[in-house]
Write a protein of this length. Structure first.
Length: 265
């Protein structure tokens, strides 16, 4: 009889967006419990060892984090399996580098390099608003935070701009038609575009229609939409491609052009 929480994760069962090689061993690092779900996060060990290549082994990653060199959202993290997730800011002060975790159009995490000024804030999606003991209004966000006495206009599905240093809300963006949004789940994960229509289906999922920068329209569920800017101006810098998904043929043509250009040189 199995008792207690699971403490292991087989490599073959790990999320595909971690991009671990199948023959690299039996086990994968199981993320610690934290602000992001197991299948929607990137543990620090994979970020430092597999993506940024700052370490070759788990032992080297432990030596890095135990020196208190890694900050996630302004706080030092010494757990090698700490779950970093969407919109989290990772700071490595010794090498003066700052990164933000975003998605590409293939549904994988992009460790997007950002400036020091941009590393001072992050965006949080409001998951719910409620009144707690003693009539105190609160909002809770996608990364497990709770804010007391928020602005009265902040509602569910809106996005708040969080100052990482103070831990306070400095601005917010309404979930409105015409605002820029990124899809954070489903088949269109990682795509960016303007909200053009909102379909309400009583008793079922609300559907949001989005149009990207090249005019292609797609739709997804309301829970998958994360507003990232007012109008068509994003509050955060976007990774290469700006959230526009290309077809297989378009990607092949681009690769062919690059090869031809390299051959001429």
């Amino acid at each position: 009889m199995v008792r207690g929480p699971k403490k292991h994760l087989k490599r073959i069962d790990a999320p595909h967006h971690w991009m671990l090689d199948k023959m690299g061993g039996i086990w994968a690092p199981r993320p610690s419990t934290g602000p992001h779900k197991l299948r929607e996060c990137l543990p620090l060990i994979i970020l430092l060892r597999n993506r940024l290549k700052y370490a070759l082994t788990r032992k080297e990653v432990m030596m890095i984090v135990m020196q208190k060199l890694i900050k996630v959202d302004g706080k030092v993290r010494t757990d090698v399996t700490y779950p970093a997730g969407f919109m989290d800011v990772i700071q490595i002060n010794r090498v003066h580098e700052n990164f933000r975790l975003l998605y590409d159009t293939k549904g994988r995490f992009v460790i997007h390099r950002i400036s020091t000024a941009e590393a001072k804030f992050k965006l949080c999606r409001v998951r719910g608003r409620k009144t707690v003991t003693n009539g105190i209004p609160t909002v809770n966000t996608h990364d497990g935070r709770t804010f007391r006495y928020p602005h009265p206009d902040i509602k569910t599905n809106d996005t708040v701009k969080l100052d990482i240093t103070t831990g306070k809300i400095t601005d917010f963006v309404k979930f409105d038609i015409g605002n820029l949004a990124m899809v954070t789940g489903g088949h269109n994960l990682g795509r960016v575009g303007l909200i053009v229509k909102r379909e309400k289906h009583p008793g079922s999922f609300e559907i949001i229609h989005i149009k990207d920068a090249i005019g292609k329209e797609f739709s997804t569920r309301l829970n998958n939409v994360f507003v990232i800017g007012k109008g068509n101006k994003s509050l955060v810098t976007l990774p290469r491609g700006k959230g526009v998904r290309k077809t297989v043929l378009q990607e092949a043509d681009e690769r062919q052009k690059k090869r031809e250009k390299a051959g001429k040189q």
